[in-house]
Design a protein around this ligand. Structure first.
Ligand code: SF4
Ligand code: ZN
Length: 272
């Protein structure tokens, strides 16, 4: 099967070891669900991690799907309830940030917060790697957005495995679906009847990303594969743009950061 073969190839390429403990970031959507399903099927040592964002019925449906998946796969699920841990739901945290930093997109804020939580919790759980469900389409969108913004260096950490950051507090992230077309993932998840929430997140309102998604949707699979091949050819050069920066620890939370204060604390913490 083409999708499974592609994932196997990717895992070989990044030399993923079956003894390593991998925490799969499960959102409730098809991509992370297929990622966990395949890693388990291929014999990897995985556990699930879900951030309950408290975004009404949508979050409840996501939580239900994630619980069902972990039960079906027989894997442990770690739950992080953002309201319990941080005092408010994601909607409220975001609204507060946007009140002060106008123009910041929902997904940009949510993404920073989720990454910060994932890295810290994964470290506490002593896992070797974090696996996310990013697919070929997501990666092309991000790469092109960074190019159009004139900041290709923002793609330096992209790839099926993060390689540019080496730090004991930073947990390496892997993307087993990096080379897999989104349409194939959807088809696969339906064929396997996996518990998936197919509706889009109600807060995904980043018009630039939506525009980019619409553009990427007009490309053929071959064209998408070519974009990613060319991205990988350029990656060594892109990495050089970024490697001069030193990784520090945030003065407020102690997490790895390129600046004195990490992006998470810049957005959320120092206002508490
Ligand atoms: S789509 Fe955007 S707002 Fe919704 S959960 Fe993902 S990052 Fe957050
Ligand atoms: Zn911080």
């Amino acid at each position: 099967m083409e999708l499974e073969q592609k994932v196997k190839q990717t895992l070989r390429k990044i030399k993923l070891n079956k003894r390593e403990k991998i925490l799969v970031a499960l959102s409730g959507g098809k991509d992370s669900c297929v990622t966990a399903y395949l890693l388990k099927k291929l014999g990897y040592n995985i556990e699930g991690f879900h951030i309950y964002l408290g975004m009404g019925k949508y979050s409840e449906r996501c939580l239900k799907a994630v619980k069902e998946l972990c039960e079906n796969l027989g894997i442990k699920l770690h739950l992080y309830d953002i309201k319990k841990e941080m005092g408010s739901s994601m909607c409220y945290i975001r609204a507060k940030v946007q009140h002060e930093k106008k123009g910041l997109k929902n997904c940009a804020i949510c993404g920073v917060i989720k990454k910060w939580i994932m890295n810290r919790e994964a470290r506490k759980l002593k896992v070797n790697k974090i696996a996310t469900g990013h697919n070929l389409d997501d990666e092309i969108q991000t790469f092109l957005m960074n190019i159009f913004k004139g900041s290709p260096e923002l793609s330096a950490n992209s790839g099926a495995i993060t390689q540019n950051v080496k730090d004991k507090k930073f947990i390496t992230r892997i993307k087993p679906l990096f080379y897999v077309d989104e349409k194939d993932i959807k088809k696969y998840s339906k064929e396997k009847k996996l518990p998936v929430v197919y509706e889009k997140c109600p807060c995904a309102l980043d018009s630039y990303r939506i525009q980019m998604r619409e553009f990427v949707n007009t490309l053929t699979k071959k064209q998408k594969e070519n974009v990613i091949k060319n991205f990988e050819k350029l990656l060594p050069k892109i990495k050089k743009l970024k490697s001069k920066e030193k990784l520090n620890y945030c003065e407020i939370c102690g997490e790895p950061s390129r600046k004195k204060i990490c992006r998470m604390c810049e957005l959320v913490r120092n206002k508490n």
